[in-house]
Design a protein around this ligand. Structure first.
Ligand code: PLP
Length: 380
């Protein structure tokens, strides 16, 4: 069989090697502490589950309009307004997950030879999606700056030019948990305006922060007509398996990306969209409880690591942190899982070798166990 350049130029995810090892060990009876997962360990809030069931019982099981049911798009428009973003329901497309939203937006904006800029370490799929679309990547390394963007603005200014087509910003960040300051985002805005760059703002962790309020990039003056805001339900409402997300942007982008949407997925799942309305409108307490638990776990992990003289850049959002490890982070992660039975993700998967990503979306007991084992086996 002959395969397209589009797929052959993309590497399989570096996380696969780790999960394959973890599964092998578990099949052999080992107790693996899995700190590699990118999903909350809480159940979906009960009222959201009930809303999904009720929608199914009410017969909401057919196709919906491609962009998503109006009531959900209205709820999304209200949520975006709370974030300072003004959109109409015609400027929103509901997708099966934020990943599909990013895929559609990137494929609508990037073609052969276009330049996209990433802030490293960056979530694994941005690189793959840009490459599949034929784009070239320019990467700005935030690791020397504790993963913050503000001190790296000069480097970003050097990296972008009039040839830059797209910049992807993800705050709070996966994998670092960094939340970019307003000054950093204003710096991005100035560069985007100066060089006429379109920006994707991936805000999927926006609801999960600890004492800071992340600003939406599209809310800054001059950004409304050049920003596509991506968000989803997986993280804030613990709905990873429901597959529900969305993007909002200028209508011309919606028209073009909407063609990709309707010719690929048609629409997100009907009854899942109904559950999404409940998630947006009636989960304040459930979300606050989950965020509080994540915050306590963050404190615990930072404290336990400090006891072993390991300093980390303390995350202000999401549920990840980057642990400084050996230069050969892939070998470190493979060793950690083989010897300590603790699964983490190598920083090189995110473009930043020398680190391992820890997810603290795990119980306090498992977090203690994992860090103890890493220390015992000489990995800290
Ligand atoms: N964006 C970031 C930064 C993520 O970490 C993820 C999931 O891990 C996604 C987007 C995609 O989320 P989903 O497709 O589950 O909505």
């Amino acid at each position: 069989m002959e395969f397209t350049d589009r797929v052959t130029r993309v590497e399989p995810s570096a996380t696969l090697a780790i999960s394959a090892l973890a599964t092998e060990l578990e099949n052999d009876g080992a107790d693996v502490v899995d700190l590699s997962v990118g999903e909350p360990d809480f159940p979906t809030p009960e009222n959201v589950v009930e809303a999904g069931k009720a929608a199914m019982d009410a017969g909401h099981t057919g196709y919906t309009t491609s962009a998503g049911i109006l009531a959900l798009r209205e709820a999304i428009v209200d949520k975006l307004a709370d974030d300072g973003l003004e959109h109409t329901t015609d400027e929103v497309i509901v997708t099966p997950g934020a990943k599909q939203a990013l895929y559609e937006v990137i494929h609508a904006l990037v073609q052969e030879g276009d330049e996209a800029v990433l802030l490293d370490p960056a979530w694994v799929s941005y690189e793959a999606m840009v490459k599949m679309a034929g784009g070239d990547l320019t990467r700005v390394d935030l690791s020397p700056h504790d993963f913050q963007l503000e001190p790296a603005l000069d480097e970003l200014a050097d990296a972008v030019s009039d040839d830059t087509d797209l910049l992807i910003v993800n705050s709070p960040s996966n994998p670092t948990g960094a939340v970019y300051t307003d000054a950093a985002l204003e710096g991005v805005r100035d560069l985007a305006v100066e060089h006429d760059i379109t920006v994707i703002s991936d805000e999927i962790y926006k609801e999960i922060t600890y004492g800071v309020e992340p600003t939406s990039l599209g809310a800054l003056e001059g950004m409304a007509d050049r920003t596509i805001t991506v968000n989803g339900f997986s993280k804030a409402y613990s709905m990873t398996g429901w597959r529900l997300g969305y993007f909002a942007g200028p209508e011309e982008l919606i028209d073009q990306a909407g063609k990709l949407h309707s010719h690929s997925v048609s629409s997100a799942v009907n009854f899942v969209q109904h559950a999404g309305i409940e998630a947006l409108e009636n989960t304040d307490d459930a979300v606050a409880e989950m965020v509080e638990a994540f915050e306590q776990r963050r404190e615990l992990v930072v404290e336990l690591l400090a006891e072993h003289d390991v300093d980390v850049a303390v995350p202000e959002g999401a549920f990840y942190m980057m642990l400084p490890v050996d230069d050969d982070d892939q070998a470190w992660c493979e060793g950690a899982i083989e010897d300590a039975h603790v699964a983490t993700v190598p920083g090189s998967a995110f473009g930043t070798p020398g680190y391992a990503r820890i997810s603290y979306a795990a119980s306090e007991e498992r977090l203690r166990e994992g860090i103890e084992r890493l220390a015992e086996e000489g990995y800290l």
